[in-house]
Design a protein around this ligand. Structure first.
Ligand code: COA
Length: 532
């Protein structure tokens, strides 16, 4: 074995400054997580409890195996929008009767658990995760359907929610709906499209239209129970497969259903014992400097996240601005690509392409640790074919079939974000550290480019540049881009699956790798035409 050497000095000023900056960012992000935890706020939580109901997170806690981990996904969805942080739904991967399942729980304390545009995006992202990784889906339903004021953004694309459920079923991935309350209109199709449905006496209400709508549509007088009560669905319509006495009973039945799935993972089991890293993961706090222009050594990160800090580096002398190599995380083999000095040159791109092909030959999942300002620009690099070589790397990333996981630890700018398997390249999971920043380029560079372009235009028209106005414009644009590049903002837009504490990275990766191995893990030899 080869123990990776970390040269990080926790006694150095640089370490202390970086750790202090990271801790401050964690506190800021923590305040946003607290908002998601608070759901619709005290008034609505109180009312919900008075109705004798459990909160969404309490339902999840009771559903998953005792003392097992729950990997919450997209908790900051909706941040920066007019909607509550969390987007009125709690989602994540939890273990039920030993089976990793994707759990989607409406939060009825937030506007009746209705689906706004961010709720929709979050649920669709979860359906993709379930399909790609072959995870059974458990919906804990209590939702008034579409958020009516934003229906134009929800109604038409929202059809995918129901389509996804039946496609999961067709792919042999079980779908289970436990209905805790209202499941109106579109919401009625969640149980409708699920393989297994549990309803609760005097509590579940599933109808296409409630009594007022029915009265409007046909003039018929009706009531909740006869239109969509649990007893009616259990005895007459047949929509309910199981009739539960209360919430606890519904969760018990849900666990029995999972137990009877006879679920088997299709991916290989871990190949080795889990051995903790030789370096302290606590020190992950102090690696990334607050100023992302200051480089850091990704081997310091790798040493603290891989089993036994054992890392066989591939081509270390070649293309040294990208570190590549083989390791294990929680016993699962993994190939790692980590930016070392920020910029990607032709050599780095060629090295990455070869490495990705090798991982596909050995069916080894890949981890991308981002800290890149993008591909190198300039005459010399253009003439030596940087576009060609960058395209080669992007080709390899796009067509690779082994599972990919991306973690944005520092910068993730420009096409470097693409080559390192950014969101649009469908990594199975993508997480960000609070230190990460992602945009087409850095805020100062972007403002500078706009200024240069507008100066040239003014001069071409024979005008004179107003220096004060130009400086003001640059400052404004820089502030805007900076605010749009930070993890909470990008997480709010569902461009990642969550912002994580650096110290949790190994655990999060272990949970993801375990979930990924629910499905088969196989590489490919079929890539696009490589432009040599
Ligand atoms: N769109 C937007 N806001 C909605 C909403 C919807 N579909 N349904 C409820 N809300 C809002 C309510 O206006 C209320 O806001 P307020 O507290 O600021 O006044 C808040 O969510 C809570 O609703 P409330 O009715 O007090 O909660 P409840 O727990 O007693 O009942 C529902 C929840 C979902 C059963 C009930 O609100 C309802 O039937 N809503 C309409 C459902 C519907 O017809 N949907 C059609 C979808 S296509």
């Amino acid at each position: 074995m080869t123990v990776v050497r970390s040269t990080l000095d926790p006694a150095a000023d640089g370490y202390r400054d970086a750790a202090a900056a990271m801790t401050a960012k964690l506190t800021e992000i923590g305040a946003e997580f607290d908002k998601a935890l608070a759901g619709g706020g005290e008034k609505y939580v109180e009312r919900h409890r008075k109705r004798g109901k459990m909160l969404a997170r309490e339902r999840i806690e009771l559903l998953v195996d005792e003392d097992s981990a729950f990997l919450e996904l997209c908790p900051l969805a909706g941040y920066g929008s007019d909607f509550a942080v969390g987007a009125s739904v709690v989602t994540g991967i939890g273990v039920v009767e030993g089976v990793e399942c994707l759990i989607v729980a409406n939060d009825p304390t937030v506007r009746g658990g209705t689906s706004n545009p961010w709720t929709l995006r979050k649920i669709l992202r979860c359906n993709d995760i379930a399909l790609q990784n072959r995870l059974p889906v458990i919906s804990l339903v209590e939702s008034g359907g579409a958020d009516l004021p934003t229906q134009k953004e929800v109604f038409i694309p929202g059809g995918r929610m129901f389509r996804d459920l039946t496609r999961l079923s067709a792919a042999g991935i079980p779908t289970i709906a436990l209905v805790f309350g209202n499941s109106t209109a579109g919401g009625a199709y969640v149980p409708g499209m699920s393989d297994h449905v549990v309803m609760i006496e005097n509590q579940s209400k599933v109808f296409l239209g409630g009594p007022p709508l029915v009265k409007m549509a046909t003039g018929e007088d009706s009531d909740d129970e006869s239109l969509g009560g649990a007893e009616m669905h259990a005895r007459r319509s047949g929509l309910a497969d199981y009739y539960a006495a209360d919430e606890q009973d519904a969760i018990r039945i849900g666990r029995r259903i999972v137990d009877r799935l006879n679920w088997r993972k299709q991916g290989p089991a871990p190949v080795a014992e889990v051995v903790e890293p030789r370096y302290d993961p606590e020190e992950l706090l102090g690696i990334v400097p607050a100023d992302l222009k200051i480089p850091f050594n990704p081997r310091d990160v790798i040493a603290r996240i891989v089993d036994d800090s054992d890392f066989d580096e591939f081509k270390p002398e070649y293309g040294s601005s990208l570190c590549t190599g083989w390791a294990r995380i929680h016993g699962h083999p993994i190939g790692i690509l980590a930016n070392a000095q920020g910029v990607l040159f032709s050599e780095e791109s060629q090295k990455a392409t070869q490495f990705i092909q090798l991982a596909n030959r050995s069916d080894t999942p890949l981890l991308f640790l981002h800290n890149t300002t993008g591909y190198m620009v300039g005459k010399e690099y253009e003439q030596n074919g940087i576009i060609k070589h960058g395209s080669m790397m992007i080709n390899a990333v796009s067509n690779s079939k082994v599972p990919h996981i991306s973690v944005l630890v520092g910068a993730s700018y420009g096409a470097g974000h693409y080559g390192m398997c950014g969101r649009a390249y469908d990594p199975r999971f993508l997480f960000a550290w609070p230190s990460a920043k992602s945009a087409v380029m850095g805020a100062a560079q972007l403002a500078g480019v706009i200024s240069l372009v507008s100066r040239a235009a003014t001069e071409a028209r024979g005008g004179v540049v107003d220096e004060e106005a130009d400086a003001g414009m640059k400052k404004m644009i820089e502030a805007q881009i900076e605010a749009e590049s930070v993890p909470a903002f990008l997480s709010g837009m569902l461009y990642d699956d969550g912002v994580i504490d650096p110290r949790d990275t190994r655990t999060v990766l272990g949970l993801c790798l375990s979930a990924i191995h629910s499905g088969p893990v196989a590489g490919t030899s079929d890539f696009g035409v490589f432009r040599m």
